[in-house]
Structure formats: C-alpha cells, structure tokens
Design a protein around this ligand. Structure first.
Ligand SMILES: CC(C)(COP(=O)(O)OP(=O)(O)OC[C@H]1O[C@@H](n2cnc3c(N)ncnc32)[C@H](O)[C@@H]1OP(=O)(O)O)[C@@H](O)C(=O)NCCC(=O)NCCS
Length: 160
C-alpha cells in the first residue's frame, strides 16, 4: 500500500492546482474552504501552502501552513480519498514540521475535531500533544482540540 510514496513530490501550491484541490476539499469537509480561502493563502506573506503531487501529475493531497515569528500553524490538510492510508498525510505534515523548524519556529499548533480519529492519530504519531480546547468551535457545536508540536530539545535536523 505504501509503495506509492516514492512517486510523490511535495511542491509549492499554485493557482493552477485549485480546481483539483477544491474537489478534494469539498469531498473532505462538511464546511469546505472556497477558492478565495486558498487564494488568500497563496497571497499571504507568511503562508507556504504545499501540494503532494503524484508522478502522473495528479494531486494526492495538500497542506496550508503558515509561519509567523516563533509560531507555525497548520490551517488545513487533506488527502484525496483514493490516496488515504498510504502515508501522504504524514509526508505533508512532516515536511511542514521540518520547514517550520528550519524557519525558526518554537512550536506548531493546529485545531482538530475530537471525532476525527484519523487526523488525531496522525498528529499524535508526529509528536503533537493536546494543549487546550476551543468550546463549540465547529459548525455542529463540536469543540476543537488544540494540539501543539513543541520543538524544545529537538535539533533542527531531527524534527521527525
Ligand atoms: C487526516 C488525513 C489527512 C490523513 O491522511 P492520510 O494520508 O490518510 O494519512 P497517512 O496514511 O499518512 O497516515 C499516517 C498515520 O496516521 C494515522 N491514521 C491515518 N488514517 C487513519 C485512520 N483512518 N484511522 C486511524 N489512524 C489513522 C496512522 O497512525 C497512520 O500511520 P500508519 O498507517 O503507519 O498506521 C486524511 O484522512 C484526510 O484527508 N481526512 C479528511 C480531511 C481531514 O480531516 N483533515 C484533517 C483536519 S484537522
């Protein structure tokens, strides 16, 4: 199953990717981002949105992080349904951990639904720990779990 990872390249997201990204986004979330949300990330000075490209040119997944002073943050990460469970999500988050560490981040934060078992397992695997909750953060009244990966004690080269 995981033998496709050698076919994956992580690249900077461009506007030309947005049609495919929006199809993945709409299939992944009850309240998906629209085109303008992604355009804002592409224009932001602090954001560095990335895509995971398959060797045939298809987009397997994407991630929208930003780095502002000592804080990295992951706003969005999703993998195409057909490519889930093959390590693509892990590859994307690991890349952001490395880039933020190299850019001087002390920690990376994100929000996740308590019901999102796949995302919680992925983040825990990569050293994120729960640091708080935002009450009724999501459209269905669900809380958000705040998670952080803190780099303290890690060398820049060994962030995963
Ligand atoms: C969450 C998501 C990005 C994970 O991407 P993925 O490419 O399928 O994940 P990976 O294959 O890299 O999995 C890495 C690890 O995460 C955990 N994991 C992934 N999917 C899981 C699942 N369905 N159940 C339990 N653990 C899971 C496992 O620990 C896995 O490692 P393993 O395969 O060695 O056991 C993907 O499920 C997705 O796009 N979901 C919809 C969008 C979303 O919820 N995004 C997160 C918002 S906070």
């Amino acid at each position: 199953m995981k033998d496709m990872l050698h076919e994956i390249t992580i690249c900077a997201m461009t506007e030309a990717d947005l049609e495919e990204i929006l199809a993945i986004e709409n299939d992944s979330y009850p309240l998906p981002w629209n085109r303008d949300h992604f355009l804002d990330e592409l224009k932001s000075a602090h954001a560095f949105p990335l895509v995971a490209l398959v060797s045939d040119g298809r987009i397997a997944g994407y991630i929208c992080p930003y780095l502002l002073l000592e804080e990295g943050h992951i706003l969005n990460v999703a993998v195409h349904r057909d490519f889930r469970g093959r390590g693509v999500g892990r590859l994307l988050v690991e890349r952001v951990l490395r880039d933020c560490r190299a850019g001087g981040a002390d920690y990376i934060s994100l929000e996740v639904r308590p019901s999102n078992a796949a995302a919680l397992a992925l983040y825990r695997l990569l050293g994120f720990v729960e640091t708080g909750r935002r009450r009724k953060y999501y459209e269905n009244g669900e809380d958000a779990i705040i998670m952080e990966h803190i780099f303290e004690g890690e060398e820049a080269g060994d962030a995963v």
